[in-house]
Ligand binder design. Structure first.
Ligand code: KIV
Length: 289
């Protein structure tokens, strides 16, 4: 029986066996991630793009995140369940942020993640005061897409790298139990990993992190339209799904589905009278079967 992964257990993995985090947004993806034995399941605001068809993550609300978090939580994963605080849920004041984080905790999250550096320290402190563990997120922070001018690799020069390291130190000192580093050069991620005493979890941040995270739909090949450089695809669920549905359609059109074994039959000894057969065959009143 797998052990429940907890915030202290993740925190203690600094410098140890690399942490594995995967996104999930509903019960089936939650079950897959958990049965695969990941350490952390993230109900990411990437649900906006991976599942809901939006072009960016700015469109999802606290209610959306709670809805998806609850679906994953109902599977009772052994992995630690972290939920993203969406854009505008922690920008309008600490009380608002705590209330919104509590909504995610009541939906089943064991910790929340938020984007941004030292300017988030007051929010991180307020969440910790409310006993809500916080994961940080630095570098290419998708909620800043407009400020960054697109999904672009960050911290590409020495001064931006310095700012990133200082931000990470501020988050760690404020009490974040781990920090996601997204879309930064590998040597910058290494500098951050060496500067903080909490695990860094990278996505597009190279190998020198204390763990790695990818989006479920990218790993499993459910998303096949784009393949960012940092994604490695381990499955082809989209192609498998298209092939399965196409085979079903061909069987239906050829009269091969359903077969006798896939159909219900009247119990032995029950016969329909001629009138009912005619009605069932040529329309009119339902036969009730
Ligand atoms: O929302 C998300 O999927 C994330 C990961 C990319 C870390 O924040």
């Amino acid at each position: 029986m797998a052990q429940q992964c907890t915030v202290p257990a993740v925190r203690a993995r600094k410098g140890g066996v690399p942490l594995v985090m995967v996104t999930a947004y509903d019960a089936p993806t939650g079950r897959i991630a958990d049965e695969a034995g990941v350490d952390v399941i993230l109900v990411g605001d990437s649900v906006a793009m991976a599942v809901l068809g939006y072009d960016d993550t700015l469109q999802v609300t606290v209610e959306d995140m709670a809805h998806h978090t609850a679906a994953v939580a109902r599977t009772k994963p052994h992995a630690l369940l972290v939920a993203d605080l969406p854009w505008m849920s922690y920008h309008l004041g600490v009380a608002d942020a705590v209330r919104n984080a509590a909504t995610l905790v009541r939906a089943g999250a064991q910790a929340v993640k938020l984007e941004g550096g030292r300017k988030r320290v007051p929010v991180v402190s307020a969440l910790l005061d409310a006993e809500i563990p916080v994961m940080g997120h630095l570098g290419l922070t998708p909620q800043s897409i407009h400020a960054m001018g697109g999904f672009k690799v960050q911290a590409k020069d020495a001064s931006a790298a310095r700012v990133l390291v200082d931000d990470a130190v501020a988050l760690a000192e404020a009490g974040c139990f781990s920090i996601v580093l997204e879309g930064v050069p590998d040597r910058v991620a290494r500098a951050v990993t060496e500067a903080v005493d909490v695990p860094t979890i990278g996505i597009g941040a190279g190998v020198w992190c204390d763990g790695q995270v990818l989006v479920f739909h990218d790993i499993a090949g459910l998303e096949d339209r784009v393949l960012p450089k940092f994604v490695r695809r381990y499955g082809s669920l989209k192609a498998d799904g298209v092939a399965a549905v196409a085979a079903f359609a061909a069987d239906v059109r050829a009269g091969r589905f359903p077969n006798d074994a896939e159909s219900y039959h009247l119990p032995d000894g029950v016969a329909l009278d001629d009138d009912l057969m005619i009605t069932a065959l040529y329309g009119g009143a339902a036969s009730g079967i």
